[in-house]
Structure formats: C-alpha cells, structure tokens
Design a protein around this ligand. Structure first.
Ligand SMILES: C[S@@+](CC[C@H](N)C(=O)[O-])C[C@H]1O[C@@H](n2cnc3c(N)ncnc32)[C@H](O)[C@@H]1O
Length: 247
C-alpha cells in the first residue's frame, strides 16, 4: 500500500477531507507513518489494526496528540466496534473470507449521515487477485479455507514451488474459481450489495483497487486513466530501482 500513497491515495484523500481513517495491516508501519503525518496536519483521527505490528507504535500514539490509535487484534474482531470511517486502507490478510467480511463490517458500521467509506485495497493484482493467502490458517473458518501450503509462486505457472514469490507464506494450492482471492472477494461484495458502488482496479506492483459509492462528486475525485498511468510509471521506476520519483 505504501507505494501508492503519494501517487493515488494522498491526492484522493486531500479531496475527501476525512475525519477518521482506518488502516488494516500495518506491518513495519511504512504506510502508517505517511497516513499519520497527513492526519496530524489535518486533524484527522486514525486507527490502524494489525495483530503483530513491527514498529514503535506506542511512541507514535504518544506523539499524535490523541489522533492515532493502534489496535493489536484481527480486523474481524474489532471493525464493527470502531468509530465509523470515511476512508479504509485494506492490506491485511489476503483471502476471500477476510476481505469480504471486512467490507461487510466497514459498510455496516457507517456514519450517521449514511455516507459510505471510500476503500483502497492493495494486492488486487497478481498473485492474490484470484488466490487466497492465509497469514494464520487457524484464523479462518474451516468452511472457507482452501487447500493450501507454504509454497512460492511464478506468474507463468499456477502451481506452488519450494522457491518463488512469498514461498514462506500459506498460499492456496490453486488459482481462480469461486471465493478465491482478494479481487474476487471485492467483486462478490459489490454484486451482493444493494448500494451503488464503483470499483476501479489498477495493474502494477501487485495491484491497487478503489471502491466507492458512485456519486458524481466521487467520480470527479478518482481519475482512473491518470492513476493507471502513474502506477505504470511507478512500476517502471521500481524495475529500474528509482523509487518515489513519480510526479
Ligand atoms: C502486507 S502487510 C501490510 C503492509 C503495509 N500496509 C504497508 O503498506 O507497508 C500485511 C499485514 O497484515 C497483518 N494482518 C494479517 N492478518 C490480519 C488481520 N486479520 N487483521 C489485520 N491485520 C492483519 C499482518 O500482520 C501484516 O503485518
């Protein structure tokens, strides 16, 4: 998620002017720090959720003047009880069950004026668009877990190998099919929802998607052609090892 902050997320958030942002999946806090810096400048509350944050979040909480709170739990244990958000940044457990139910809780817990939050998702491209990954398979109900193993992935071959991308993580044995992967979860949520939702998905750097209520104002904020162009350029910069230069 962190790679998309400057080129796609921050410019959108500046127009949305949120009062509360939720982040699911903080890891080392790279994206969390960027979001917090925006929140401090703009007096916006910020809740991050991760069962195992790998950074000094206590100091960040202390220095945030009450704006930042880190919740060290699983998203699905806590989302329904949080203050409703205007923006959700979703980059936690990359599987159908978790993402579908995160959306369900976030949209059910919406603001009193009924505005729906704008959701940004990382990992809606290869490999997790159409394949589940489980940080801890025991967190997922048996009825929703796919056959899986620790194994690495290659773009050109759907099987798992001892080597390959993310070979240290539990990945579903097969790609595609029903209820498999992050993008599948979002698409299924959109088709089950009674709201007028718009989903934009962008390729590059494992994929970014944006889900929002299809109001005219929201359509003016998100310019898909412009975002895809910037992500393509950013992907080239990463390939060449020249980070964060895209304007
Ligand atoms: C890909 S990393 C997040 C990277 C971060 N967003 C960034 O851009 O730097 C995913 C994180 O999600 C956390 N995670 C896994 N399952 C989760 C869940 N159910 N709820 C919240 N966080 C979860 C993991 O502990 C891990 O730190």
């Amino acid at each position: 998620m962190k790679n998309f902050w400057e080129i796609a997320i921050k410019p959108s958030i500046e127009q949305l002017a949120p009062t509360h942002i939720i982040e699911i999946g903080s890891d080392k806090g790279f994206n969390t720090r960027k979001v917090l810096s925006y929140c401090i400048e703009n007096n916006c509350r910020f809740t991050a959720i991760d069962p195992f944050p790998q950074f000094d979040y206590q100091t960040m909480e202390k220095e945030s003047n009450g704006l930042f709170k880190m919740v060290t739990d699983l998203s699905l244990n806590v989302l329904k009880d949080l203050e409703p958000a205007d923006v959700a940044l979703i980059d936690g457990d990359h599987n159908w069950y978790t993402v579908y139910n995160e959306l369900d809780q976030i949209f059910a817990n919406r603001k009193a004026d009924k505005t729906l939050p704008v959701c940004f998702f990382h990992d809606t491209g290869w490999p997790y668009a159409r394949r589940d990954m489980y940080y801890n398979p025991e967190n997922i109900p048996k009825s929703h877990i796919k056959p899986h193993a620790k194994g690495g992935m290659f773009i050109t071959n759907p099987e798992l190998f001892n080597i390959g991308f993310n070979n240290n993580l539990y990945n579903a044995l097969t790609e595609g099919g029903e209820k498999n992967g992050v993008l599948t979860a979002i698409e299924d949520f959109v088709s089950d929802s009674s709201h007028n939702l718009t989903l934009y998905s962008f390729d590059g750097l494992h994929g970014l998607s944006i889900l929002f209520e299809g109001t005219e104002q929201n359509h003016q904020i998100f310019s898909p052609f412009d975002i895809q162009k910037k992500i393509a350029l950013l992907t080239e910069y990463h390939r060449l090892g020249q980070f964060y230069q895209v304007r």
